[in-house]
Ligand binder design. Structure first.
Ligand SMILES: CC(C)(COP(=O)(O)OP(=O)(O)OC[C@H]1O[C@@H](n2cnc3c(N)ncnc32)[C@H](O)[C@@H]1OP(=O)(O)O)[C@@H](O)C(=O)NCCC(=O)NCCS
Length: 228
């Protein structure tokens, strides 16, 4: 239990640019607290001690604002940043090194008793307010943008945005790029001003090419008129 908490703390340290000290994390990170409660709730659930398991989960929700059903299967080093309003359903499965921000739902869309919640593979990042719904699979390393609603399987490494979530047009990313806080790559990040200047430069180049072609056409025209 303590080894897992230490592992969680180290992984948060690596993933949260706002993290300053391990003590602060131990005291002030609801995601860390929610996971400690979940380990207890899940152990009770697996032994068939259902109501106490739900009670532990309910207490965790009261204290952290994060609701994790005791039946949810969660891998190692899950980091729920901020956490408030997160809901993780009973049959959700989460791999290792997954990051969720506040307001994320891993929810169901049917009354089926069986598998009805999503499966998130390793290293998935789900942005704030995103809803991942139904028994879908989100492939390893995929990113779900803030406020997106994912309703279908997501390919490994894909970035999905919008409602319903669709693959975003992305800047090229390095294959081996590690975790990027907020799902935003560190390399090649263009600020909006730089993006606007790039677009203007492309437009100027297009207009210059057009002027050149019009000028050469205009030069050819009198010659053609003299010849005829
Ligand atoms: C989806 C995300 C991971 C993409 O990050 P990125 O690789 O830097 O992507 P870009 O900024 O190059 O965006 C690519 C395209 O997707 C669009 N896009 C990015 N995030 C979006 C979102 N959440 N919803 C809708 N469109 C989005 C961009 O406008 C851009 O579109 P364009 O090509 O038409 O200009 C990121 O924007 C995101 O939402 N991360 C979650 C952040 C978060 O939850 N933070 C909370 C911290 S407390």
């Amino acid at each position: 239990m303590f080894a897992r908490i230490r592992e969680d703390i180290e992984s948060i340290m690596a993933r949260d640019p706002a993290a300053r000290s391990r003590l602060e994390m131990l005291l002030c990170y609801p995601g860390l607290h929610a996971m400690a409660f979940h380990r207890l709730a899940h152990a009770l659930w697996r032994r068939g001690i259902a109501t106490p398991a739900r009670l532990v989960s309910h207490l965790a929700r009261f204290l952290t604002g994060i609701e994790i059903h005791p039946g949810a299967t969660i891998g190692r080093r899950l980091f729920i940043d901020h956490g408030m309003g997160c809901v993780i359903g009973e049959t959700a499965e989460i791999g290792d090194d997954v990051t969720l921000y506040h307001g994320v739902t891993l929810g169901g869309i049917s009354l089926e008793k069986g598998k009805r919640h999503p499966t998130l593979a390793d290293r998935v990042v789900v942005g704030a307010g995103a809803q991942v719904l139904g028994p879908i699979t989100v492939g390893a390393g995929a990113r779900i943008g803030a406020n997106a609603v994912a309703l279908a399987d997501v390919a490994p490494g894909a970035t999905m945005v919008g409602i319903p979530a669709k693959a975003a047009s992305m800047r090229p990313r390095a294959e081996a790029e590690g975790f990027a806080a907020y799902g935003t790559p560190r390399q090649g990040v263009a600020d909006p001003t730089a993006k606007a200047i790039e677009a203007l430069q492309a437009e100027i180049a297009r207009l210059e090419a057009r002027i050149e072609s019009l000028e050469s056409e205009a030069e050819r025209e009198p010659r053609r008129a003299r010849q005829s």
